[in-house]
Write a protein that binds this ligand. Sequence first.
Ligand code: G1P
Length: 291
Amino acid sequence: MTRIRKAIFPVAGLGTRFLPATKAMPKEMLTVVDRPLIQHVVDEAKQAGIEHLIFVTGRGKAVIEDHFDRHFELEATLAERKKKTELDHLSQDLPAAGAASFTRQQSPLGLGHAVWCAREIVGNEPFALLLPDVLVKHPRGCLAQMMDATKDLGDKANIIAVEEVPMDRVHMYGVVGVGEQKGKAFGITKMVEKPKTAEAPSNLSITGRYILQPEIFDVLAKQTPGAGGEIQLTDAMVTLAKSQPFYGLKFDGRSYDCGSKIGFLAANVAYGLDRTELASELREELKRLLG
Ligand code: G1P
């Protein structure tokens, strides 16, 4: 498959589930330990070789742009105080000059519409899409595993990360039907957005990581609203699947749905326990709390 160079991050959502924290601050800036959610997801994309970051923002999201820009005053102060480690970390996190683009989704019309807003910046090449609500904890991340899996697939393949969820939760996700295995991935036979339990083709949910062909944009341009009255990406993928293959990949690692409070809290504990300088004290705290 053509090399995937660009990734879309839809960051226009209102974050109503985290009010009041998200009244004046984008939900993508909520921190898991000391890194904003969006930074964790950008780290995963960079680890998979992504070179250009495309953020689909909205009103009230300007601090995301600031986060991925230089901060001269802060850098000067850190330099004066000889805080070399902090300075190094800041510069490591900074995208290369010209390697981040920002466009706005003017109305909250759904994920499909947000992706479509990035069409001019993506152009005519396959791209990755990462939803910043979802963190995947794995040493290589999820997108890199998907990139590996594309090697066994054709040039016009689309690939989606999937994972098992309990049947009583399938109505919260896009769900896929399972066909033949091909390398590490499997052919997708069906895709349904937010199905009722009885209508779900399996218990494999779409996790929030996609590699898609640019033809999805033509489909999205004509897409009518679906589940929840929103322009759904899954519905556009169903149409594209008539002319291009779609594959699912059960990735290694665990996902945390940081769009939910429990997922977010669990992610903070899990990522905290992974940090050598925090792990033992955090473990002690947890023991105390749990009695
Ligand atoms: C979106 C997608 C859905 C996917 C989910 C993963 O839904 O439409 O297919 O399973 O992300 O988090 P949302 O969470 O935006 O309702």
